[in-house]
Write a protein that binds this ligand. Structure first.
Ligand SMILES: Cc1cc2nc3c(=O)[nH]c(=O)nc-3n(C[C@H](O)[C@H](O)[C@H](O)COP(=O)(O)OP(=O)(O)OC[C@H]3O[C@@H](n4cnc5c(N)ncnc54)[C@H](O)[C@@H]3O)c2cc1C
Length: 596
């Protein structure tokens, strides 16, 4: 069975030193939480993930979900694990106290989410989706709907799911056919078929709240004619108790590549009673207000799997004995050296580690900005934080899910043939990680969102939230000799990124194919350079700590070594990407479709 140890020390480093959350102690609901309490909460979350969720991860993969007569049963142990999760209060962690929540900030929740995704991604989907649905109802529900639904979602007794996709409409939701007809008392009758609905049916919560995209009669064509509806599995009586079964049912579940313990459902709506969320025909807008958090959450799925893949690769590389080191035997008393002596194996492990720790810094930073964008008392600060979140969300989603998949692949490679064998549980990481690159908007669509909407916004208004802090950091470090090895290359690659941004901006106007053809590479380059910036900041902190003297020398030296690896071995790849982008789309678009 794979191993997993929650990276608690890294969470503390990021919050105490890297983000210095204490600087926001006067911002209610962001920095006014007691860090010792937070650390204790994380330790409790770690115990739950290591001892309860990890042991059922392979069981869930092997058994999968069962569908019989419209009901779905999760694999052995999942119902009990969910009950423990609920009893421990995790479902209410970041929910509003007005609905029974604990009102904790997002930055305290990200580590919990990461640990869950490392230990058992399938398990994490139900609470993750509920959190998204909760947010949508919280932001767009009427005063009647909110008290009726939110407390039970907060307590975890009810779950929430997203019903967007239809057989012919995935990326292009403007083509959906599900209909909503006005009915009595301001309700609607919803009819249509949704596919691929995660946790659309299961046996762990009493009620399932579907958030359904549908079209009203006479609605404008395309995305401008979509409305969002709340459709409960069981209708809810005025006193809050469960009423009649609604006409929203599960037709079947999919057999799929990974996340076997998360049921992917066909959902049939046969005149189901629904309630409008937000304004008519503004369903996409309503969905988008919660989409940032949802996309960041999917990014964290990649991070979680990337971390557990790294941990297992590293542990195996220290034990597996094969061949001798190129510079001579390192363990002559053993029949062979452990594979961790081989440069190629170390290259893979450091790539994985640099991704996991750099990705975590990225997640923690965006989580804090998400909190500030909602809760900072100064409107300007809220706006600046929101600009950062808007810009970085597609990058976080695509970079972390691509990196999570890459880490899982590398872990298989470190294990060699044994990684390909199911028993070790490593190939499961690859299968589980793959979906995160696809759902919640494919990574190709994230890249288009970045270049089409986020970069041009307000003639670079969003971009300033990234380039200004980079400039300030470079200025601050320019006379720091010890930082030269990080700052000099970083400065060069920031310039390349600016060149790519300018080129794409011009290309978007003169030939949209050039811009769209380079979008994915640009998103990758953006992430690569930005994470280089994060690594340089972490290196500066580690250097200062080592210079001042610390009894955690190993921790800070490892940070420094990983930063060095990132700057020397990963960041330089951005030059090649710049060349790819500026070569334009001619070679992509030249071939006739029929020649493929
Ligand atoms: C396991 C699983 C769980 C899911 N869970 C949910 C859920 O809970 N709720 C829900 O509503 N949906 C869910 N989905 C659906 C998921 O969000 C969609 O599969 C995804 O949005 C892509 O849609 P599609 O599969 O129809 O692919 P398509 O939209 O057909 O896309 C096919 C390919 O074309 C590319 N493409 C499409 N348009 C463009 C363009 N303009 N430019 C460039 N490339 C383009 C895409 O990037 C992709 O590579 C889930 C899917 C799976 C497999």
């Amino acid at each position: 069975m794979p191993i997993y140890r929650a990276p608690l020390r890294d969470f503390q480093f990021l919050t105490d030193e890297f983000l210095n959350v204490a600087q926001y102690k006067d911002v209610p609901g962001v920095g006014d939480v007691d860090t010792e309490t937070v650390n204790a909460i994380w330790a409790e979350g770690a115990r739950f993930c290591e001892e309860v969720l990890l042991p059922i991860n392979q069981v869930g993969d092997k058994e999968g979900c069962t569908f019989k007569d419209g009901t779905v049963t999760l694999p052995t142990g999942f119902k009990e694990a969910y009950e423990t999760y609920v009893q421990s209060g995790w479902t209410s962690f970041v929910c509003d106290p007005a609905y029974g929540g604990q009102g904790m900030p997002e930055w305290t929740n990200m580590p919990v989410t990461e640990m869950i995704c490392s230990a058992n991604l399938s398990f994490g989907l139900t609470p993750g989706l509920t959190h998204g649905a909760y947010n949508a109802i919280f932001l767009h529900g009427t005063d009647e709907l909110k008290p009726r639904y939110l407390p039970k979602m907060t307590s975890g007794e009810w779950s929430g799911v997203m019903d967007l996709t239809e057989p012919h409409a995935g990326t292009d939701l403007g083509m959906i056919r599900t209909k909503a007809e006005p009915a009595e008392n301001g309700t609607y009758k919803i009819t249509g078929t949704k596919i691929f609905i995660s946790a659309g049916e299961q046996n762990v919560t009493e009620n399932i709240i579907h958030l359904v995209l549908a079209k009203l009669p006479g609605a404008p064509a395309g995305t401008k004619g979509i409305s969002l509806f709340l459709v409960p599995k069981f209708l809810v009586n005025d006193d809050g108790s469960l009423g009649a079964r609604n006409a929203v049912t599960c037709g079947s579940i999919e057999h799929k590549m990974g996340i076997h313990a998360s049921p992917t459902c066909v959902i049939n709506l046969d005149g189901a009673t629904g309630y409008l969320l937000g304004e008519m025909n503004k369903g996409m807008k309503a969905m988008f207000t919660m989409m940032n958090a949802a996309r960041i959450y999917v990014g964290v799925q990649g991070l979680g799997l990337g971390e557990v893949a790294y941990q297992n690769g590293a542990a195996y590389a220290k034990e597996r004995l094969q061949m001798r080191a190129p510079t001579g035997a390192k363990f002559p008393e053993k029949p062979a050296d452990p594979i961790i002596v081989h440069p190629d194996v170390r290259r893979m492990l450091l790539t994985m580690r640099a991704f996991a720790e750099g990705g975590r810094a990225l997640v923690m930073e965006i989580a804090l900005k998400l909190d500030l964008s909602h809760k900072h008392p100064d409107a300007k600060e809220r706006e600046a934080a929101d600009d950062f979140v808007q810009l970085m969300t597609p990058i976080v989603k695509s970079y972390l899910t691509d990196g999570g998949f890459e880490n899982a692949n590398l872990a298989v490679q470190v294990y060699g043939g044994h990684g390909y064998i199911a028993e070790h549980g490593i190939e499961q990481f690859v299968r589980d990680a793959r979906i995160a690159q696809i759902y919640e908007g494919t990574n190709g669509i994230q890249a288009l969102d970045l270049i089409g909407r986020k970069i041009p916004m307000g003639t670079g208004k969003y971009l300033r939230q990234v380039f200004y802090p980079m400039d300030a950091f470079m200025e601050q470090q320019k006379n720091n000799e010890a930082m030269k090895e990080f700052v000099k290359p970083l400065g060069k690659h920031i310039t390349y990124l600016q060149q790519a941004s300018l080129w794409l901006g011009a290309a978007g106007v003169s030939n949209p194919d050039d811009a769209a053809g380079g979008a994915t590479e640009y998103a990758r380059m953006f992430a690569m350079v930005y994470v280089g910036f994060l690594w340089a900041r972490m290196a500066a902190l580690a250097l200062a700590k080592l210079e001042a003297g610390t009894d955690e020398k190993d921790f800070y030296e490892a940070k420094l070594e990983t930063a060095r690896f990132y700057i020397q071995r990963i960041l330089p790849q951005s030059v090649g990407i710049l060349a790819t982008i500026t070569n334009g789309a001619k070679s992509i678009m030249g071939m006739k479709a029929e020649s493929f």
